[in-house]
Every structure is written in C-alpha cells, then in structure tokens.
Design a protein around this ligand. Structure first.
Ligand code: CAA
Length: 416
C-alpha cells in the first residue's frame, strides 16, 4: 500500500497587536468599504521589532510541540519557509532549532521563493517522507513572514504578519497529501520583490494580480491532468474543480481568493466541451457566488483578521478552514493553491483526516486571536517607524519568544 503522508497538526503564532482596518481607512481618508468589501479585510496584524520572523517562527513551533505533545526525538528535518530572512547565511531554521533545543541529528534549512517558499518546504518534507528517506521520522515545516509595504502605500492595507508551524508525518491527521499530483507553473517576472537591504517590499500591484492568476491557471491545469489520469476528478455534470470539497488559495488579501476561484472555474469552463459557448457567459459562470460560498468563503476567517502572512497565508487559510469545518470535511478531498511572486505557483490536493477537528481543537485558535490587543493608527505608525534592530524591552508572554537585542550582528532571543 502507498504510504500516507501529510500534515499531522499545525499551530499559529501572530503578533500581539492589530489595527482595525476601518480605522486605517478613515485615517487615510479612504472609504472603509474599499478595504472591507473591496479587499475583504477586517483587521491587520501589527508587529514590533521584537516580534521578528525568527521569534514568530519559534513561537509557532514551540506551540505546536507543546499543544500536540510532539516527541522531538522523532524529528529528522526542520524547514523554514520565509521571505523575511534576517541573514544572508545563517538560516532562521538554525535559530528555531537552537531556541527549541531540537536534536542535533536533523537536516535544517530555509526555503525561499517569495510566498511559495513554505510550500516548497512542505513538499520537500512530504516527498522526503514518502520516498522512505525519512526512515519513519517526521518533519517540522514553519512558514513565517512579516508583510510590509510601508505607510500610506497602496499595499498598506494588505500588510500583516505571523507564522504557521506544520508537523509533517506518516500520520496525516489534518491532511493526507496526494503525492505526485501537483501541478506547477514558473515565470521570470517582476511583480513583487524585496531587494536586499530594504525593509519594505516593492510591488507592481495590479500586475502582480495578473501574474498570480496566470501562474495559477498553469498550475491548476497541471494538477487536473494528473488527477484525471488517477480518476480523482472527471468531466461530467460537475466541473472538475467542483469535485473538490473546498479549494484554499494563497491569500495576499481576501478578495484575491475570490478572483483566484473564478480563474480556476474559468480554466474548467474554457476547457470543457459542454460549457457556455461565449466568453461572456463563461466569465459570468466563473464568478458564481454559490460556488465561492460553498468552496472558498469559510477558509478566510483567520486571513481576514491577520492580513497577509506571505509564506504562511495558504496555511492560515488551511487552519481557518479546518477550524471552521474540520469535522464536516473528514474524508473529503480539498485543493490548495500556493503562489509566490517572481514567480512560482503550485496546485496540490489532499484528503482531510478523521481526527482533523480534534487536532484543530488543540491548536486553540480562538484564544490565540483573542489575546491580541487592538491599537490605534497612531500606535501602529509608531511601531512601524521603530528601527528594526532596537527592539523595545518587553517581557515575552509565557510560551512565546521575542528578539531581545542585536549585538555585533548576533541576534539574541528571550522567552518560552
Ligand atoms: N467600496 C467597495 N469596493 C471598492 C471601493 C469602495 N468604495 N473602492 C474600491 N473598491 C474595490 C475595487 O473595485 C477593487 O475591487 P476589484 O479588484 O474587485 O475591482 C478593490 O476595491 C481594490 O481597489 P483598487 O484596485 O483600486 O486598489 P488599489 O489600486 O489601491 O490597490 C492592490 C489594490 C493592488 C491589491 C494593493 O493593495 C497592492 O498592491 N497590494 C499588494 C500586492 C498584492 O497583494 N498582490 C497580490 C498578488 S501577488 C501575491 O499574491 C504575492 C503576495 O503575497 C504579495
């Protein structure tokens, strides 16, 4: 029998402060409906320099180990997916490994390709286990990022930050990945980039949306071809994409998931021999509200309250989806679409585990979000203007890590 491999459990870490998106809109003289209805946002996580990509990653990983009772002696790989690196050489994974006192006999590395880096790490772990190379060991994959465009930019309402830690193993209680079905699409484009030495991302916003949709069409069609060969989906009265119980997308802002879902449907409608005859009718059918409500809407609860988390954003959608419907989805196949600017998209699928609801209850996501403090726009601006290398002296909350200081380019952490 083929080995079952996938995500056994997950944990989420978010900055301890957030700003209400309507407050931000009013402060910028923008109609709040543009940020709520137009972008789909409610709240936006705000980090301070003490909550850097390392401390968020270590907090999420420590939480995963503690909440799920992970036996760390069984871990053989730690991958951190990030585009908020802190050093050209020393990976965030080595910090996390040290802070969590993990076993020496582990492979540790960071994986980078914009928001796709986390999925690249997840697939490295899944395929390492599936191939037998893991020899029964599990892997820790941590996606961590701080989305930062700067004050008063078009990207400002699509900032955020946080980390999602994933335990990958042969006991995929959350999601058994359909190994080998993945569809991918790569293109050399400048849609969004973060030049070395800059804190803020550069982005060609509307072009980036076009690049995302273009790449995902290729990735989805690649997955669909393989899924059809395996008999997992077929052309019949339901579109192939409708045969997935849910589809989760990379969520730079929540409205993007709606656009992405319409694009997946358009791929099916264009390729079907019995779909609507005119491009106008196909566009209309692609934008089906009923399909969006049934297959996508429930995955966005956490993303709407945290904002963009780059590599972690797809896995925050997975957390939100299983938090909302873990029990109802047990045994059902879902699709997942990862997109990283630059660009690489990957569409993959998996079957939700019977123990998904039980595992998600242990992740205690309501408490993680409820513990946050709402700050004013003035306080958010003050935090944004703090230098990255001089964290405020704040004691870490129990169970969390904070950057304490950077001395002679060496980072020191406190907590947990
Ligand atoms: N009421 C309701 N809706 C309103 C409105 C109002 N008063 N005013 C505007 N809107 C709607 C618009 O119609 C638009 O909706 P549609 O896209 O459905 O037409 C939406 O609000 C946004 O309006 P604009 O396009 O005018 O907004 P903008 O030009 O100011 O910027 C943005 C939007 C390009 C997404 C910008 O926030 C940005 O650059 N964000 C960062 C880049 C990004 O997230 N790209 C996504 C793809 S790349 C990727 O996914 C990788 C990654 O993580 C970065």
């Amino acid at each position: 029998m083929k080995k079952r491999v996938g995500i056994e459990a997950l944990a989420v870490a978010v900055p301890r402060r957030y700003v209400d998106i309507e407050d931000l809109a009013r402060a910028r003289g923008v109609d709040p409906a543009k940020f709520t209805a137009g972008l789909g946002a409610k709240e936006m996580a705000v980090n301070d320099p003490g909550e850097d990509s390392v401390s968020l990653a270590a907090t999420a990983a420590a939480r995963l180990i503690q909440q799920q009772g992970v036996d760390t002696s069984k871990l053989g790989m730690l991958v951190v997916g990030t585009e908020t690196g802190v050093d050209h050489s020393k990976p965030i994974a080595s910090h996390v490994h040290g802070l969590l006192k993990l076993p020496r006999a582990m492979r540790t590395f960071d994986s980078q390709h914009a928001c796709y880096g986390g999925t690249a790490g997840l697939m490295a772990a899944v395929e390492w286990i599936a191939s037998g190379a893991g020899a029964g060991r599990s892997a820790l994959v941590v996606c961590t990022d701080i989305a930062r465009y700067g004050l008063k930019t078009a990207g400002e309402p699509t900032q955020g930050g946080g980390a999602v830690a994933l335990l990958v193993s042969e006991t995929p209680d959350l999601l058994a990945v359909d190994v080998g079905l993945n569809g991918v699409s790569t293109a050399d484009v400048y849609d969004f980039w973060r030049p070395v030495g800059r804190r803020e991302a550069l982005v060609d916003g509307h072009y980036s949306i076009t690049c995302y949709l273009d790449a995902m069409a290729g990735a989805y069609r690649g997955w669909r071809e393989r899924a059809m060969e395996q008999g997992l989906v077929r052309w019949d009265s339901k579109l192939p994409s409708e045969q997935l119980a849910r589809i989760l997308y990379h969520v730079p802002f929540c409205k993007m998931a709606r656009k992405a879902h319409a694009q997946v449907r358009l791929c099916d409608l264009e390729d079907s021999s019995s779909g609507p005859a005119t491009p106008e009718a196909r566009d209309e059918a692609a934008k089906s509200q009923a399909s969006y409500d049934a297959q996508v809407a429930k995955s966005l609860g956490l993303n709407a309250r945290v904002g963009n988390v780059y590599t972690a954003s797809l896995y925050l959608a997975l957390a939100g989806q299983l938090h909302a419907e873990g029990a109802a989805l047990a045994g059902q196949r879902i699709g997942l679409l990862s997109y990283g600017s630059g660009s690489c998209a990957e569409f993959f699928s998996g079957v939700v585990g019977e123990k998904a609801a039980e595992r998600m209850a242990r992740a205690d996501l309501d408490t993680v979000l409820a513990k946050r403090e709402r700050v004013s726009v003035e306080e958010y601006e003050r935090l944004m203007n703090l230098p990255y290398d001089a964290p405020e002296a704040i004691a870490p909350e129990p169970g969390t890590f904070r950057l304490a200081e950077i001395h002679e380019f060496r980072r020191k952490y406190a907590g947990a």
